[in-house]
Design a protein around this ligand. Sequence first.
Ligand code: CP3
Length: 333
Amino acid sequence: MTPILECIKNKKAGLNPIWIMRQAGRYLPEFREIRAKNTDFIKLCLNENLSSEITLQPLKRFDFDAAIIFSDILMLPYGLKQKVEFKKGMGPLLGDLNIDDVFEYSESEFIDRLQPVYNILKLVRQNKLLRHKNTIGFVGAPWTLLVYMVNKQSPKHNLNHDFFNDKSIIKKILSLLDKFLKIHIENQIKSGAEIIQIFDSWAGLLDEKDYEEYIFKPTFKLTEFTKNLGIPVICFPRGIKNYKIYCEKVKPSVISIDYNVDPNSVIKNIDIPIQGGLNPKFLLGDRETLKKEVLKYLTIFKDHPYIFNLGHGIQPETKIDAVRELVNIVKSF
Ligand code: CP3
């Protein structure tokens, strides 16, 4: 079995497999070169040759234990015919979602639109670089996708305060998301994804009283669905207040923690495998601090099934040498 699956399925400690969020991306010069020639980000995600190459780029440089497919959580609204664009410095910008249209929309139409994503997974899975390593597929959590689909831009810039006014629309979108996220997960698995990660990047925006309705219930439906297909599921509810309750309610196979979480308290409260935690900013600083921080996580989790990762995506300014150093520290622990 691969180190990641040993860790997740057999709960084996001490293996410390490693991959990093956004490992295929802008800190790599070879990615920036492709990106400069491909200004339409969605088109790039649908380009089977380039996207499979980008997925493998980090594995050519570093001894990571998994490849995460180069795609985006916003491919789902794209699959539902909502316009998605990426403007430099603005992040994503979405068009209007025509809900009634989407209710008429068939499963096969959706799959046709996203077929290149599934083909990329098939291409990546066959590559020799992935021998004894895993291929990770992913989706956005219902709440985070709802935020983008309704707010139509990053809530970092502006969260529309009328967001919850029309509950019936929110309900409709959540039920659409449940249907199409399951289709998207199942097709990634059929195409070779051996693990699914669910990104709930905006979980921290909600009040705790709203967790049940917008986070726990809709995300649990997806973890249950994925586990029933025999595939482990990693959840990353960034900024959530209580990871223990999240795990009890959502029942992921692995919980991925953000960098504001105290690893000492999480290990006391949670008995499932844990992933991540390191603040990506330590990859921008001096080597001694990086080493100290990495060793902190490795030491705290040394008797717990632990997958090394960051507490959020790697920053574009990160130097290749810092990533090399990180992998060395983890692999030689
Ligand atoms: O290497 C990998 O991790 C796989 C690829 C991946 C991307 N996006 C590629 C990407 C993954 C797993 C994602 C997930 C994603 N996308 C999330 C969840 C994780 C998180 O960061 O919280 C979210 C919220 C999105 C939506 C999204 N996509 C935003 C907000 C942005 C713009 C902000 C930014 O970082 O520029 C993107 C664009 C995006 N997705 C890029 C990449 C490599 C940058 C594109 C570019 O070159 O400009």
